[in-house]
Design a protein around this ligand. Structure first.
Ligand SMILES: CC(C)[C@H](C(=O)O)[C@@H](O)C(=O)O
Ligand code: SF4
Length: 471
């Protein structure tokens, strides 16, 4: 009998061009290379300087998302870029794609939006693949049982030129989430809880496999939310073994194999799970029943606590600094904090199920006076599907802004920013100082919690809010 292997081991072995040695990292074959406007310009410049051309253009797909405006183009047809640099960045990618024959999903295309939203919905992301992108949240694609991770700009150039990547073999971590999630607890609460437990460096050097009954019960969008934030725990990648839920999703995507080819692929995909008895370097056990609606109090995602908890009172310098920046008092309950902005969107929570959760809370309610709420679908497809259900109408009637797809206020590169000192409840993945704008204070949360915060004008426990409404 051969040694039992983890899902990660199987993917690693299947893509190994040359194993690692003490002198050199392993060489891995890359099945899908996603590129966007922020981390590709220097890579293309490097190629040109060396007289090289992309090796496998059909395995390279491009999109624009970070610097693209979320307001429609003016009468001149030019999108309202925040500045000339943003426009140049976007136009440079278009030029590079045209020059090399790389398929580009630009705002003019039917399919466009955030790279980690469009690749799965197109079916470009498939189980068993190695997927890289010059973007840390590439871990999202691991939800399909792919080995997917972010790479640096010089590596983008390397992959463009060779379709291969130099990598040291990471360690493996199992995060077992057993039991059932309580009502009102979503995948976002789960991943915030996990990061709160293991810390922002807890996954360093590891590839995480999320396992257990609570994960198996999640739909694909929830699994993507889970894998998306693996990087915020320091992990190289996150993954979930593919199953019938994965195959059903893929069957409805335009680029997945069709007919007999799909059945053949599915037979291969079904082998992509961790063998019984396979060894993980690190194992973390989580009881799903322990997970509450979760928020962050500080300036990194590891500061996740239950929404009914209080800002910790520990007096180490980092905590003091974070409390000062957040203008939060030690011992202050999270619930009740005044909210200025609510952002719903990003590659973490900008999918249809997320917008449905928001619409369900909003219903016929209105955003509290003085609160600005921005709802940004993750892709054109998400936007179309949401509009077909009337979600845009609910959002607008509530007094919130309904935008074009893109990264938007997750990172603020396109001009959608939070003003200095304002507190934003955000469904995105990073609450670093200045992330959403200079001096902006970010509280990470699920879509449902964000929507309740918009309605109340303060942070509220969605369980309490739902109970009060029902009473
Ligand atoms: C701009 C890009 C390189 C960056 C990343 O790598 O993740 C961004 O997407 C982010 O979320 O901070
Ligand atoms: S939505 Fe946010 S996290 Fe995702 S790729 Fe864009 S900037 Fe990065």
């Amino acid at each position: 009998m051969s040694t039992p292997r983890t899902l990660f081991d199987k993917l690693w072995d299947a893509h190994l061009v040359a194993p690692e040695s003490p002198e050199a990292p392993a060489i891995l074959y890359i099945d899908l290379h996603l590129i966007h406007e922020v981390t590709s310009p220097q890579a293309f410049a490097e190629l040109r300087a060396r007289g090289l051309r992309p090796r496998r253009v059909e395995r390279t797909k491009a999109t624009m998302d970070h610097s693209t405006p979320t307001l429609p183009a003016g009468p001149d047809g030019v999108p309202p870029y925040v500045d000339a640099a943003a426009r140049t960045q976007v136009e440079t990618l278009a030029t590079h794609c045209a020059e090399h024959g790389i398929e580009l999903f630009d705002p003019g295309a039917e399919a466009h939006g955030i790279v980690h939203v469009i690749a799965p919905e197109l079916g470009l992301t498939q189980p068993g693949m190695t997927i890289v992108c010059g973007d840390s949240h590439t871990s999202t694609h691991g939800a399909f049982g792919a080995l997917a991770f972010g790479i640096g700009t010089s590596e983008v150039g390397h992959v463009l030129a060779t379709q291969c990547l130099l990598q040291r073999k990471p360690k493996t971590m199992a995060v077992n989430i057993e039991g059932r999630l309580a009502p009102g607890v979503s995948a976002k609460d789960v991943i915030l809880h996990v990061i709160g437990r293991i810390g922002v460096n807890g996954g360093t050097g590891h590839v995480i496999e999320y396992r257990g009954g609570a994960v198996r019960a999640m739909d694909m969008e929830a699994r993507m939310t889970l894998c998306n934030m693996s990087i915020e725990a320091g992990a190289r990648a996150g993954m979930v073994a593919p199953d019938q839920i994965t195959f059903d999703w893929l069957a409805n995507t335009p680029r997945a194999p069709k007919g007999e080819a799909f059945e053949r692929a599915k037979r291969e995909w079904m082998r992509l799970s961790t063998d019984d008895g396979a060894h993980f370097d690190t194992v973390v056990e989580i009881d799903a029943a322990d997970i509450a609606p979760t928020v962050t109090w500080g300036t990194h995602p590891g500061t996740a606590i239950a929404v009914d908890a209080a800002v910790p009172a520990n007096d180490d310098p980092a905590a003091t600094k974070a409390r000062d920046y957040m203008r939060a008092r030690a011992g202050q309950p999270m619930a009740g904090m005044t909210v200025d902005v609510v952002f719903v969107g990003s590659c973490t929570n900008g999918r249809l199920s997320d917008l449905r959760a928001v619409a369900e809370v909003l219903g016929t309610r209105r955003v509290a006076p003085g609160v600005r709420m921005l709802v940004v679908p993750g892709s054109a497809e998400v936007k179309r599907a949401a509009e077909a259900e009337g979600i845009d109408a609910i959002v607008r009637a509530a007094g919130a802004e309904w935008r074009e797809p893109g990264c938007s206020m997750c990172i603020g590169m396109n001009g959608d920013t939070v003003a200095p000192g304002q507190l934003a409840v955000s469904t995105s993945n990073r609450n670093f100082e200045g992330r959403q704008g200079k001096g902006a204070r970010t509280v990470l949360a699920s879509p449902a919690l964000a929507a309740w915060a918009a309605v109340a004008g303060r942070i509220v426990d969605p369980r309490v809010a739902a109970r009060e409404v029902a009473a």
